[in-house]
Design a protein around this ligand. Sequence first.
Ligand SMILES: [Zn+2]
Length: 418
Amino acid sequence: MKTWHARWALTDDGWLSSANVTVGADGAIASIEAGAAAAGAAPADLLVPGMPDAHCHAFQRGIAGLAERSGDSGGDSFWTWRERMYQAVETLDAATLHDSALALYRELRQRGYTSVAEFHYVHRPGGSSAIETSLALIEAAAAARLRLLLLPVLYRRGGFDGAPLSARQQPFGLALDDYARLLQALAAHRSEAPHLAVGIAPHSLRAVDGADLARMLRLREALLPGCPVHIHVSEQRAEVDAAVERLGSTPIAWLCDNAPVDRSWVLVHATHATAEELRLVRERDAVVCVCPTTEANLGDGAFDIEGWWRAGGALAIGSDSNVGIDPTEELRWLEYQARLRLERRAVLLETGSRHPGTSLWQRAVAGGRRALGGAVDGLAVGAPGELLEIRVSDPTLSPDEAMDDLVFARRTTSLREV
Ligand SMILES: [Zn+2]
């Protein structure tokens, strides 16, 4: 049990001054008290909930910055970047995956992420087994003090045409029976790893067909009922066009028609979602996980963040390819995309707020917690005791102004793990 005495604490009820926040032995927030005495508590300046990283491929950090060049034809795209990523997989096994994940997870932790959803599809690189690579990630997250939602990915085919996996995609493939055994082993392993939760992840509609998706959902009900379901969807226009051709529908509309999409589902990217698709997703109360630096880096396109925000949609952020690993950079680019499109400022605000810094942080913590399977949103009793301290060198700033500085400028604020 530990208590912090914060000059200001950002709770689900807004900023509380002179607040004592106590985290119990179980790691959850046990009490929050405003206007409390400082005696016996560890001092903190601003105390805020840590940010969940709702979409991460740890091994891709190894090629960040190395794929910034044009191809022979003079252009480059997501698909040529993917070839570079496949080359990186050829150098991996469970031990190197562990080391690269540990280095990345420590960096994520230092920058303000306190939990991570690892979308894990490099199951069998370099002769390692699927359980070995999963355990490598579980150990790396524990060593970096990150809570982990491990999402074993089912990746069954090379495209909508049903092509088999290419030679380079072989490490991603698992037969359904092997996938079931992996899920079973991971579900059992949770009792030995208190930082671990397990979900399921059909890679995308191009990599998993409707029949396999239905089988996965039956496995989920048998082994991990109600666990989070994450899927890449509508990231690239080519993928949307192929879905229309093969499924007769845009991919998110197809999912909502053919799968029990609800608040436990996380749609990763949704970059090219139509207005009607976003209306459907909002109706189902699913989370959209946007990964702005990766989507910009890969030239994916821009998600309709203004529309989703206005609709009150559940929003999470992800470091994804890990070309950017700072949550404030992701949040800043959500707001900047909106400003560039609308030609005005301070767009993404919660009702009654004038400060995008606080609004963005709170919306992404709430959606991220949900994406990782949590029942309580932010800094509230019962929520995970994952806290960050923001130190402010200019005492004249209000806490909202300090959050704006943290997200947009970092002139007078710094972030510290607690
Ligand atoms: Zn991804």
